[in-house]
Design a binder for this molecule. Sequence first.
Ligand code: PMP
Length: 410
Amino acid sequence: MPDSLFPAPHPFLQHCQAALAQMRQEGRYRSFAALAKSRRDFPRYTDSTGRRITVWSSNDYLGLGGSDVLAAAATAAIEAHGVGSGGTRNISGNTPLHEALESELAALHAKPAALVFTSGYVANQAALGTILSSMDGNWHVFSDEKNHNSMIAGMKNARAKSIFRHNDVAHLDALMAAAGPGVNKLVAFESVYSMDGDIAPLAELAATCRRHGALSYLDEVHAVGMYGATGAGVAERDGVLDRIDIVQGTLAKALGCHGGYVAGPAEVIDFLRSAAAGFIFTTSLPPALAAAGLASVRHVKGATALRERHAERAARLKAAFQAAGVRPMPSASHIVPVPVGDAALCREVSRLLLEEHGLYVTPINYPTVPRGTERLRFTPTPRHDDADIAFAAQAVAAVLRQVGLLPNAP
Ligand code: PMP
């Protein structure tokens, strides 16, 4: 007979306690900001005391999440179809909205077909995982060293994998040459890298893929809606849409909605539709999100003025930081990272900005970025006005001075 009604705690509980203590000590413990987004007022949020906070860390890059365009589409779809989709796409979870959304996304990226997944993460994991386990696994995958976790997850079980130095086309070329013929090659990379804000040389990457007969797989998650004449991303901006084989994206960032997708050759998309477990075995996107996604894609195609304002806001924020003595990391995109270089300090800077200046900007720590490169990541939107930008630049300079990261003004 056991001498207690309760069994001894499982060792895993102790493991969790120790791991959490370690994370707290290193400043890596994650806590959520108790902030509520207000639809009409973006980029203002409110905290638990009702105080208004300006958010500088939203991936709702164009501020469309609360727009009437999306809200009206979602509301009408809820009225028509209800909230939950009720099943997988194969089992009663399909609507004409899902299919219209896929046609619209395919057209956006100038591809024959597209397939919607429940998130961008799932799209990458499921599409890459399924492709690389096809053809008896006879694949060699080449991955940019800064690729997102969702792509890494999709490539995890690849039989052969090479990591090329970030955006280094010559290195990729050499690795593919070394791999030799007789194996199917796939190269996975992003366009805008979300933590540094740099942009990949897509034309060169695409040409190298073609030379080695490799499939190119491009994650445009941080570019869709914002780059290119119709917002298709950097591949459109750089005129290489027809030289990229598979494009992956999300509805959850500049499109202000939720869900992920891949677009590409009809037979590849059809194959994924019937073979990707992450597509087949999960409930489809709710109709309201399919409707809002569809409205958003149609809207951003013509949103040139919004794109221009977004780019202008990012340039203005970078200039305001420079003028205030803050040195953001060089960035070719709308993402403006400010280096801090230490996890605990990064948290502290973020806390001071929130508590003393009413600004919310998330600390980016390991494992999202390498240790020693911790940073604050600013994402300006078209809705941050001149006063917001001037205030943020002054506040960041003041806090960096306060923690000793900037010299005191003479
Ligand atoms: N790819 C990249 C490069 C990302 O940064 C993210 C999310 N931050 C994803 C894919 C996943 O997209 P989603 O948020 O729609 O799951």
